[in-house]
Design a protein around this ligand. Structure first.
Ligand code: URP
Ligand code: ZN
Ligand code: ZN
Length: 460
């Protein structure tokens, strides 16, 4: 059924206008003032609301076997929560362990998503080892429509690779025109610091950030940048958390290294004092890199405003407090890492970014949608409002007032890191390729509408 979104204020990364949007089939076909709705068309009145392109989360984990347990969401729960929060496309990290076959891993991750996702999805392929066989499998995965890899400089033994493997992966990526996303922390420093802290009896969640200070992350970024410079590969630093790491990326960029930077909504609004909360409450706030001194937040917001940081993701990694986070009761190194936030990213960016005067609406769209689409070969199909683009639209009510709670969120996890926080604004209607998926905080769509998005490397 055709869809007409009427009377909204259409906000893109670089424009703002009052206009109607007409969608036929899966795409936007017309944009203009006072468009007519033919008989049978579905009409959404967006008066007093913004209309944004569907948001894209460039870094999520849905299927994640990690630290002896499994992340809680499935595509059924995760994609609905994403849509309710305004995210219409997920880019998931496909993370087979070092002992797994890479191609089998890709097929396993795909099987978890195919036919089970309410929103569109694609993957960053984890290059969790690199040898002759892996190399030909990575080529095959690129042929199947994946145009980004993921490497871990941390988590050695699980996902982490050594420098020879890093070099090989970057060389291959350069040849194929694939961008390499990277978790940057020096694993040896983390491991040694963890050992010292535990030996000294410092076992509580507040020690997590002591084991991974900013220099550990800055060294990881510096390390990746040296390898990127030597290979000429395009790189993307995931979940950058602090001033020191950003300075390394900026310095490399000034030398001509091809590097983009992602930060997370958690680093923008939470700081390390949350992980120091007593009574093991801090475990809810353990993730890597860790939450930082609050003084880093203005640096990150400024980076978004100035275009130094390109994207905001969630690194959604949902582990229950009861039963999972508690695995680290007597040893912080055993707390599964991650702060779930897939559903909250846009409302938090709007509340603490736009409403607080830290970023404008165009920056919100740019860092949470358009820039992601450009970076990962999805633009202009995703990340834009123009004829021919997929009709993924978010009619956003800036006047809505809400309160975040685990009792009402849709992610399959037993706590919220933002429990009781007030929000300003929420999606009132969300569409997935021309079909309404969300109305006023409720999922009303087709639970299996999501499709795998084939991507072709644009840097080839
Ligand atoms: O703490 C985090 N970030 N958990 C998920 C795994 C990762 O490092 O991305
Ligand atoms: Zn990571
Ligand atoms: Zn991650």
């Amino acid at each position: 059924m055709p869809l007409l979104i009427r009377n909204g204020e259409v906000i893109t990364a670089d424009s703002r206008m009052r206009a109607d949007i007409y969608c036929e089939g899966e795409t936007i076909t017309r944009i203009g003032p006072r468009l007519e709705a033919p008989p049978g068309a579905q009409v959404v009145d967006a008066a007093g609301k913004y209309v944004f392109p569907g948001f894209i989360d460039p870094h999520v984990h849905i299927t994640l076997p990690f630290m002896g347990t499994l992340a809680k969401d499935t595509y059924e729960t995760g994609s609905r929560a994403a849509l309710i929060g305004g995210t219409t496309t997920l880019i998931e990290m496909c993370c087979p362990s070092r002992t797994d076959d890479i191609l089998a891993g890709f097929e396993h991750w795909m099987a978890q998503a195919a036919g089970r996702s309410a929103c569109d999805f694609t993957f960053h392929m984890g290059a969790t080892r690199f040898d002759g066989a892996t190399q030909s499998q990575l080529r095959e995965i690129v042929r199947r429509g994946v145009s980004s890899f993921k490497v871990f400089l941390a988590y050695k033994g699980a996902f982490g690779i050594d420098d020879t493997e890093l070099y090989g992966t970057l060389r291959l990526a350069r040849e194929l025109g694939v961008v390499v996303t990277a978790h940057c922390e020096n694993e040896t420093l983390v491991f040694e610091r963890q050992r010292e802290l535990i030996a000294a009896g410092r076992t509580d969640p507040g020690q997590h950030h002591e084991s991974r200070p900013p220099q550990v992350e800055a060294e990881g970024v510096h390390h990746l940048m040296a390898f990127a410079e030597q290979t000429g590969a395009a790189t993307y630093i995931v979940h950058l958390s602090c001033r020191e790491a950003l300075a390394e990326a900026v310095a490399a960029r000034a030398r001509g290294v091809d590097v983009a930077v992602e930060t997370l909504i958690q680093y923008l609004v939470l700081d390390k004092t949350y992980a120091e909360r007593p009574g093991f409450e801090g475990a809810k706030y353990v993730m890597s890199p860790p939450l930082r001194e609050a003084a880093n937040q203005p640096v990150l917001w400024g980076g978004l405003r100035e275009g130094v940081i390109q994207t905001v993701a969630t690194d959604h990694a949902p582990f229950d407090f009861e039963g999972q986070k508690r695995m680290g009761m007597s040893d912080f190194t055993k707390i599964p890492n991650g702060i779930p936030s897939l559903e909250e990213r846009i409302n938090l960016l709007h509340t603490h970014g736009v409403r607080a005067g830290r970023i404008d609406l165009h920056t919100l769209v740019n860092v949470a949608s358009t820039q992601v689409a450009r970076m990962f070969d999805l633009y202009p199909r995703k990340g834009s409002i123009q004829p021919g683009a997929d009709a993924d639209l978010v009619v956003y009510d800036p006047g809505h007032r809400g309160v975040i709670s685990a009792r009402t969120h849709h992610m399959n996890v037993d706590y919220s890191a933002f429990e009781g926080w007030k929000t300003e604004g929420r999606p009132s209607v969300v569409t997935v390729r021309g079909e309404i998926a969300v109305r006023d905080g409720q999922f009303v769509g087709d639970p299996a509408r999501g499709r795998f998005l084939r991507r072709t490397p644009s840097r080839a």
